[in-house]
Design a protein around this ligand. Structure first.
Ligand code: GLC
Length: 608
């Protein structure tokens, strides 16, 4: 039974998304104030490992879930004015780009991932005027803006779909995928969010089925139709002309389908990804998009998901192919399980991706997003003695690896899973539909509740904890989803005052990465691969070498590494106090190498 729970949550959100980010022209701040055109980096002229420097490689992207960040008008839903009121907070973090989950008009079946008007702002979030103010405010603070672009599907309330379903010969009919019922039932397609897992929905109006890989209210767009593709490029131009700096392409690897609709083998849904990702003509569409958009606007591009294998991932982002900029692969976030995970697997995944992209292409580094439960609850230890330490340790990892960090809002405070006891507290349609599905098939619902307490997306969507006032200072009203009851002790205001807080540690790590290109471009080497609790690696670039040591356990640990520590300089630690006693044995290295002691969840960085 448990297995099927894993299947839902880990297969998709672990293996499927990529994001594009670009730099437009119009509406962007003047050259002196902006971070510069698409490929200009602060380290221009260096040629690391065959990779040309680019701003989006050096970027530190901070992801904001707008619904839960800050509510300005008191309706309990975060909004653009709320984000505007926190612009100085964003600046204080030092991050250089913001990715916002969708803010377009939407009936919110899937919190904005079901768009009914791509050229308008969701009414709960504000107006286009608010958007303009937000973009200007970010640019004035030298922060770039990455727009979420959801074009695998639209809302069923989009005008295109209203037209499309109205008659078989409507000009918009082929904007979506239809199967006329006189042909019998269409070949089974798995739906990720449907309560029956069935991706074909019968519509009596025209006696036909339409396709929806996600919910019934998210019909899939037909990318084979050139008229549809033209509309999408028009939408991208609209936002690029406004000055957005990048696009994250939601679920993009699914857009291309084999529209001869072959029957897939029985049980294909257990590995549906192999059948759905990178379908026919996907690369043609991306090259067309490049020609239409990315070659004209200096924007960055990242798609959600990186294909079925490394070859797919490279094919999406190798610069000479002129498709996208960076890959966003899910293997890393698939590692944790409710019963725990092995550090060896974590290391293996990140080492594998690093080596596949060591000379060509570029990846994202992240441990959380809006589709995941909280980073510290999944990868660290959110019990009171270790919450802060382990979240700082994970932050150290994200900001010292090669690739562009995508850091999820609230993780800088070490926000934790809320672990709802009652299904009524959940808001995510994906969880609610899956709950119903499991119930219908007679699953062990107590076990299911345990499972979602660990994995449900709503764990990562509770309101940002600003201070200890009611509702954590998120809203003056009733929040759309409950605030985590730990907000009186875990909040930004309290952490501002503590120089050793996760928040201030995040700022320090951001500053360190920005100052040291070795963390962006440097060669990565895993040093103590067999160590079950310590992750030890070096980054090396142009004569500079950094050693990163991370203890992933709640007990003291030791690493033995082939490194001469005689002249090593400690530059950062996540502990307030210095190590008591002798930390390093055989600093010059003997046959066993240098032996270094670490405290529980300790993270340290040495300059070698
Ligand atoms: C992507 C989004 C997720 C959404 C899904 C359908 O995976 O990240 O939040 O539910 O696409 O749009």
């Amino acid at each position: 039974m448990k297995k099927s729970f894993f299947f839902i949550c880990f297969t998709f959100f672990s293996c499927s998304l990529i994001v594009p980010a670009v730099f437009g022209q119009a509406g962007r701040p003047p050259a002196t104030k902006t971070p510069g055109p698409a490929n200009r980096s602060s380290h221009a002229g260096l040629q690391p490992d065959g990779n040309k420097p680019a701003w989006w490689k050096e970027a530190i992207v901070y992801q904001i879930y707008p619904r839960s960040f800050k509510d300005h008008d008191g309706d309990g839903i975060g909004d653009l004015k709320g984000i505007i009121s926190k612009l100085d907070y964003l600046k204080s973090l030092g991050i250089t780009a913001v990715w916002l989950n969708p803010i377009y008009s939407s009936p919110n079946d899937d919190n904005g991932y079901d768009i009914s008007d791509y050229r308008n702002i969701m009414k709960e979030f504000g107006t286009m005027e608010d958007f303009n103010v937000l973009l200007k405010g970010l640019h004035e603070r030298h922060i770039r803006f990455v727009m979420d672009l959801v074009v695998n599907h639209s809302s069923d309330e989009h005008e295109w779909f209203r037209q499309s379903r109205s008659s078989r010969d409507n000009p918009y009919r082929n904007y979506y995928h239809w199967w006329n019922a006189e042909r019998g039932k269409p070949p089974y397609r798995y739906s990720l969010f449907d309560v029956n897992h069935d991706a074909w929905r019968y519509d009596s109006l025209t006696d036909a089925y339409y396709l929806h890989y996600f919910s019934r209210k998210q019909p899939d767009l037909n990318w084979e139709n050139p008229a549809l593709r033209k509309e999408i490029y028009g939408i991208m131009r609209f936002w690029a002309d406004k000055g957005v700096d990048g696009f994250r392409l939601d679920a993009f690897q699914f857009v291309a389908k084999d529209t001869t609709w072959p029957k897939f083998p029985d049980g294909f849904e257990k590995d549906f990804f192999q059948y759905y990702a990178i379908g026919p003509h996907l690369h043609d569409y991306l090259r067309e998009m490049y020609g239409q958009i990315f070659s004209h606007y200096p924007v960055m591009s990242v798609a959600e998901g990186a294909g079925r294998n490394m070859q797919d991932a490279h094919d999406l982002v190798d610069a000479d192919r002129k498709e996208l900029n960076l890959a966003y692969a899910f293997d890393g976030v698939s590692v944790p399980r409710p019963e725990g995970y092995k550090l060896s697997e974590f290391k293996e995944v990140f080492s594998r991706w690093d080596s596949a992209f060591a000379d060509k292409g570029w990846i994202s580094i992240f441990l959380a997003n809006h589709d995941q439960a909280r980073m510290v609850s999944r990868f660290g230890n959110d019990s009171p003695p270790f919450r802060e330490l382990s979240s700082k340790m994970l932050t150290t990892f994200i900001l010292t690896m090669r690739g562009t960090p995508f850091y999820y809002n609230g993780d800088e405070l070490g926000m934790t899973n809320i672990r709802f006891d009652k299904i009524e507290d959940y808001r995510d349609m994906a969880t609610l539909n899956d709950y119903q599905y499991q119930k219908n098939k007679g699953a062990d619902m107590a076990a299911y509740m345990d499972f979602i307490r660990f994995s449900a997306r709503d764990n990562g969507r509770t309101p940002f904890q600003w201070d200890s006032s009611p509702q954590a200072g998120f809203t003056a009203g009733e929040p759309w989803i409950k605030v985590n009851p730990n907000y009186p002790v875990l909040n930004a205001a309290a952490q501002e005052k503590d120089p050793a807080s996760p928040l201030n540690y995040f700022r320090k790590m951001v500053a360190l990465r920005k100052k040291n290109p070795v963390f962006v471009y440097g060669r990565y080497l895993d040093l103590d691969r067999e160590n079950p609790v310590v992750y030890a690696y070096t980054r090396e670039y142009r004569g500079q070498k950094m050693l990163v040591l991370l203890n992933f356990s709640a007990t003291d640990a030791k690493t033995a590494i082939p490194v001469n520590m005689a002249n090593a300089k400690l530059i950062l630690s996540n502990y307030k106090d210095v190590f008591p006693g002798k930390r390093i044995e055989a600093p010059g290295g003997d046959r066993a190498g240098a032996r270094i002691m670490l405290r529980p969840y300790e993270a340290i960085i040495y300059k070698l």
